[in-house]
Design a protein around this ligand. Structure first.
Ligand code: ADP
Ligand code: MG
Length: 253
């Protein structure tokens, strides 16, 4: 097993209130980790620390063996310049609950924006890969549409295509279906399933227990900023060892 994401003793407080209290996480390359837990347990903060949108107070994060946000020199950590961190961030795809598309850009323009603007991919090449990604998320033919002309499920699939356009080493999803009407949830989960089957390393914060059961290699239950329990879905979801996990699952089911 190759470790794609390694989190060691991650701590983060906001205004003196601890939100992450020493999180350890190891994600194998090509695996899917679903993070579940109550509202306010620190799930979004964990994802945001992974790509340094939030600066951890303590702890280390490695993606493909590269320390995120810092450089180690003689055993000490030195924070990297924002520009270098932005480069690291570019290799970590993120999909949010609210799709965060650019409303004044078409589907195609949304997807090519970062590869052209950040990676410097020639426009023609970017358009070609974008068309393939748009087809992959089931939206071939909608390249010229604007986000407002699409359903929430379609917009979220564009957001996934846009993240994939950066050829990320890992994809982070923060409750990607929570803002969707129930009938649109399935189409987004299908795209995520395909991505998982294709070998993408994924960390997915979700309340979709059915998705976690069928797609996750590992389920992590986070509560009050700590990993209470983690393991295969058959254990964590169906035979949890910890009473807090059982109580949480009883509430969301
Ligand atoms: P979850 O995603 O599990 O619902 P979050 O990571 O969003 O939890 O939040 C955990 C706690 O941290 C919450 O109490 C939230 O209010 C607080 N929090 C998150 N981000 C910030 C911030 N930028 N400033 C202050 N408090 C924050
Ligand atoms: Mg959250």
């Amino acid at each position: 097993m190759t470790v794609a994401v390694a989190v060691t003793d991650l701590h983060k407080s906001f205004g003196g209130t601890p939100v992450l209290r020493g999180v350890d996480l190891s994600v194998a390359r090509g695996s899917v980790t679903c993070v579940i837990g109550p509202s306010g347990s620190g799930k979004s903060t964990l994802l945001r620390c992974l790509n340094h949108l939030e600066k951890p107070d303590h702890g280390e994060i490695e993606v493909d063996g590269v320390l995120v946000g810092y450089r180690r020199h003689r055993g000490k950590l030195y924070e990297l310049k924002e520009k270098v961190i932005a480069g690291q961030r570019a290799s970590i795809g993120m999909v949010f609950q609210g799709f965060h598309l650019f409303g004044h850009l078409t589907v195609l323009e949304n997807v090519i924006e970062a590869p052209v603007g950040v990676l410097g991919v020639p426009r023609g090449e970017a358009v070609e890969s974008a068309a393939a990604l748009i087809a992959r998320v089931g939206l071939a033919g909608r390249e010229g549409a604007y986000p407002r002309q699409l359903s929430g499920g379609q917009q979220q699939r564009v957001a996934i295509a846009r993240a994939l356009a950066m050829r990320p080493k890992v994809m982070l999803f923060d409750e990607p279906t929570s803002a969707l009407d129930p009938e649109l949830v399935g189409e987004v989960l299908e795209v995520m399933k395909d991505l998982a089957a294709d070998g993408m390393t994924m960390i997915v914060v979700t309340h979709e227990i059915g998705f976690a059961r069928s797609v996750a290699d590992t389920v992590v239950f986070l509560d009050e900023g700590s990993v209470v329990e983690s393991g295969p879905p058959g254990v964590v979801l169906d035979a949890p060892r910890h009473v807090r996990t059982r109580e949480f699952l009883a509430r969301v089911r």
